[in-house]
Design a protein around this ligand. Structure first.
Ligand code: NAX
Length: 333
C-alpha cells in the first residue's frame, strides 16, 4: 500500500465539501489502494456542522480513510499536507459582483498561502476552487514562495465539463465522445470556451471536428459560448445556491488527471501560471489546455489562434490583470 496521503479540504462544512469528501475518501480520486487522512478546515461557527460531516464519514465505513482531522486552526489544517483543495470562501450569491468577493477573499488566501509556506510539504499540490478562483490561487502562490508555482492550479474543469456537456447534447453523443475542448482565461463570464480544436466521435463511429459535427457556427458563437460562460449564474438563479454536485465532480476530475495523467488523445483545462504561451502575460493565472503526466501539467502548444479567438483571449486576460492588480492592492492594505 502507498504511504498515507494527507488531503486538506477547506470550507469542508459547505455544500461543495459535502458533495466532495466521500469521493476523495472512497479512493475515487487518488486510487483504490491509497490510504487517506482528511484534514478539514472551516471557520469556528461551522465547527458543529463540520463535526457532523466527520460523523457521516465514519458511518460511510471507508477502508481507505485512516483519520479525519476537523479544525478551525490553519496551523493544524495545513500541517504536513500533500494535497490542498481550497474551497472555503465567501460564495457568490444572486446579483453579487465578483469585485465584491475579491477583497473578502484576498484576506483568506493570503493567510492560507502563508500557512502553506509554513506548514505544508514543499511538494504539496494546491487546487483553488473558492472564487475568484484564478486570483485567489495567484495570491496563495505569492505567499508560499518556497513552493513551486507549478504546484498551484485553479478549477476551470467545471467550465470544461460544461462545454463538453453542451456539445454532447447538441450532437447526440455522450460527453466521453467529445474531446479537446478548451477553456481559456478566467473562471468568470469572460472565459472563452473554445471548440475550434475540439473533436466529436459520432454514433456512427466517425470522428469529426466539433465545428463539422455541429454544422452551426452561429450556435457556437451565440448560444454555446454564452451558455457556458453564464452557466454558474443560471444554476444560482434556479437553485438559489451555486453549483455543488457538478463542482465536486469537476474537482475530482481535475485532481485525478493531475495525479494519474490525461488520456493520450485528449487534454483538460486548468488555471495555471502562464509562461507566456499564446501571448498570455507571464505570471498571470490563466486557464489553458493542458496535458498531465508524472503529476505535472504542460500547456498544449501549437494551437492555431485566429483574430476572433485572440480577441476573446485578450478580453479575459484583461479581466485577470485587473483582478490581480486589485488583489495586490488589497494585499497591501
Ligand atoms: P458554501 O458557502 O456552501 O461553503 C463555503 C464554506 O467555506 C463554508 O462552510 C464557510 O464556513 C467556509 N469558509 C469561509 N471562509 C473560510 C475560511 N477562511 N477558511 C475555511 N473555511 C471557510 O459554498 P460552496 O457552495 O461550497 O462554494 C465554495 C466556493 O466555491 C465559493 O467561493 C464558490 O464561489 C466557489 N465555486 C467555484 C467554482 C469553480 O469552478 N472554481 C464552481 C463552484 C463554486 O461556485
Amino acid at each position: 500500500m502507498a504511504e498515507t496521503l494527507r488531503v486538506l479540504v477547506t470550507g469542508a462544512a459547505g455544500q461543495i465539501g459535502y458533495s466532495l469528501l466521500y469521493s476523495i475518501a472512497n479512493g475515487d480520486v487518488f486510487g483504490k489502494d491509497q490510504p487517506i487522512i482528511l484534514h478539514l478546515l472551516d471557520i469556528t461557527p461551522a465547527l458543529g456542522a463540520l463535526g457532523g460531516v466527520k460523523l457521516e464519514l465514519e458511518d460511510c465505513s471507508l477502508p481507505l480513510l485512516r483519520d479525519v482531522v476537523c479544525t478551525d486552526q490553519e496551523a493544524v489544517a495545513f500541517k504536513d499536507i500533500d494535497i490542498a483543495v481550497l474551497v472555503g470562501a465567501m460564495p457568490r450569491k444572486e446579483g453579487m459582483e465578483r469585485k465584491d468577493l475579491l477583497a473578502a477573499n484576498v484576506r483568506i488566501f493570503k493567510s492560507q498561502g502563508t500557512a502553506l509556506e509554513t506548514h505544508a510539504k514543499k511538494t504539496v499540490k494546491v487546487l483553488v476552487v473558492g472564487n475568484p478562483a484564478n486570483t485567489n490561487c495567484l495570491i496563495a502562490s505569492k505567499y508560499a514562495p518556497s513552493i513551486p508555482a507549478e504546484n498551484f492550479s485553479c478549477l476551470t474543469r467545471l467550465d470544461h465539463n460544461r462545454a463538453k456537456g453542451q456539445v454532447a447534447l447538441k450532437t447526440g453523443v455522450t460527453a466521453a465522445q467529445v474531446r479537446k475542448v478548451t477553456i481559456w482565461g478566467n473562471h468568470s463570464s469572460t472565459q472563452f470556451p473554445d471548440l475550434r480544436h475540439a473533436e466529436v466521435t459520432l454514433a456512427t463511429g466517425e470522428t469529426k471536428s466539433a465545428y463539422d459535427a455541429i454544422q452551426d457556427e452561429n450556435w457556437i458563437k451565440n448560444t454555446f459560448i454564452p451558455v457556458v460562460q453564464k452557466r454558474g449564474a443560471a444554476i444560482i438563479a434556479a437553485r438559489k445556491l451555486s453549483s455543488a454536485m457538478s463542482a465536486a465532480k469537476a474537482i475530482c476530475d481535475h485532481l485525478r488527471d493531475w495525479w494519474f495523467g490525461t488520456p493520450e488523445n485528449d487534454w483538460v483545462s486548468m488555471g495555471v501560471i502562464s509562461d507566456g504561451s499564446y501571448g498570455v502575460e507571464k505570471g498571470l493565472l490563466y486557464s489553458f489546455p493542458v496535458k498531465c503526466s508524472n503529476k505535472t501539467w504542460t500547456i498544449v502548444q501549437g494551437l492555431e489562434i485566429n483574430d476572433w479567438a485572440r480577441d476573446l483571449m485578450n478580453k479575459t486576460a484583461q479581466e485577470l490583470v485587473e483582478e490581480r492588480n486589485d488583489a495586490l492592492e488589497a494585499c497591501n492594505k
